[in-house]
Design a protein around this ligand. Structure first.
Ligand SMILES: [Zn+2]
Length: 130
């Protein structure tokens, strides 16, 4: 461990930053500096360097807010686009939009209405009486 500290001189840190900026892989930087890729990943993390494209080790160590994961649930708009929703089908939402099983009714709509007969009835009752 003392060895590790000694190996990180200012010069070497500069080199690490430079190589990092160039986009070299963690293992390549490690080879350049003669240390393990773990040492590079750990140092880069401590220095707050930007995350690399495939930093498996860094991902484990990185704080949560820097890990941008694809949301599992698409926004409603995108969900509709993905379904290529037909205007002739009832778009009454069914299920919880926060869950992946969220869907739309899909029954044929009443002419001139956005929903099927059952959901039209429900929509009008709720909006008028509620
Ligand atoms: Zn419906």
């Amino acid at each position: 461990m003392a060895d590790d500290k000694n190996s990180w001189t200012e010069e070497r840190l500069e080199k690490l930053r430079a190589l990092w900026d160039k986009g070299l892989s963690i293992s390549s930087i490690g080879e350049e500096l003669g240390v393990t890729r773990n040492a590079i990943a750990g140092k880069a993390h401590r220095l707050g360097l930007k995350k690399r494209q495939s930093p498996i080790a860094a991902k484990k160590q990185a704080p949560k807010e820097t890990v941008i994961e694809e949301p599992e649930v698409l926004p409603l708009r995108l969900a509709l686009r993905k379904l290529n929703w037909s205007r002739s089908k009832c778009a009454w939402p069914s299920g919880d939009p926060k869950h992946t099983d969220f869907n739309f009714c899909g029954q044929p709509i009443l002419t001139g209405k956005p929903y099927c007969a059952a959901h039209c009835a429900e929509a009008f009752t709720t909006s008028r009486d509620g």
